[in-house]
Design a protein around this ligand. Structure first.
Ligand code: DX5
Ligand code: ZN
Length: 223
């Protein structure tokens, strides 16, 4: 049974990030959202920012690129110190080639799908990735409501991953909270991004710990 909680710093105090990161010692990694104002309407954080943050913590960096042309930009985030780089299928020109390039650089390669993109689109080359990220909100902003229709896709993704026999993390991102994490874990997710639930709390680390406990309790027998 495995559950990973990777808090998103999008809703943290961005001017004091080093101390914000120290508030979540129980996290399994740091989810860093990168937005370019084109693939999504919002604009935050680039590779130089990741490089600076890298000097402040040993946490695993799980970079989520919501940008156009990841084929060109994703490798820069490995150079900046990310252990895992997630790019969107909808934005990539050559996802298999890019995944192989990221792995060859020593990083985990991950693919993200917007809520309406079917997981079956990546079924034939699932094993090229170390993580599949299913968005449970439309990417772009924190604090949105969890989209329940994605639960069926989480179940189908879990089946595809188990059938592949590969060790692929199934991550969800968007609207994860004490109200939603159990049903996502029950559906088969094992890695959870939580932004506002963690950073809008007075005790972020306690939220990380209790989200993990809830997910563990809800995980089905398949894990
Ligand atoms: C949304 C980002 C998320 C966001 C999650 O586009 O990819 O990582 O920070 O925030 P919450 O948990 O508030 O939905
Ligand atoms: Zn994200």
């Amino acid at each position: 049974m495995t559950v990973r909680i990777t808090p998103s710093i999008l809703n943290a105090d961005l001017a004091n990030l080093a101390s914000e990161v120290e508030r979540i010692p129980s996290a399994d990694g740091l989810h860093i959202d990168v937005m370019d104002g084109h693939f999504v309407p919002n604009l935050v954080m680039g590779a130089p920012f990741v490089e600076s943050l890298r000097r402040t913590t040993d946490l695993m960096f799980d970079v989520h690129l919501m940008i156009e042309d990841p084929d060109r930009w994703a490798p820069h985030y490995v150079e900046a110190g990310a252990q895992s780089v997630t790019f969107h299928l909808e934005a990539a020109t050559a996802p298999i080639k890019l995944a192989r390039e990221l792995r060859a650089m020593g990083a985990r390669a991950a693919i993200a799908l917007r809520p309406a993109t079917p997981v079956e689109q990546i079924a034939d080359y699932l094993a090229e990735f170390d993580q599949v990220l299913l968005m449970t909100v439309e990417p772009g902003f924190g604090g949105q409501k969890f989209l329940d229709p994605v639960l069926a896709k989480i179940r189908r993704a879990r089946k595809l991953i188990d059938a592949s026999g590969a060790d692929i993390w199934l991550q969800i991102d968007g609207g994860v909270s004490a109200d939603t994490i159990a049903r996502a874990a029950e559906a088969g997710a094992d890695t959870f991004v939580a932004g506002s639930a963690v950073y809008r709390s007075d005790d972020p680390d306690q939220v990380v710990t209790s989200l993990r406990a809830q997910a563990l309790a809800a995980q089905g027998p398949h894990r």
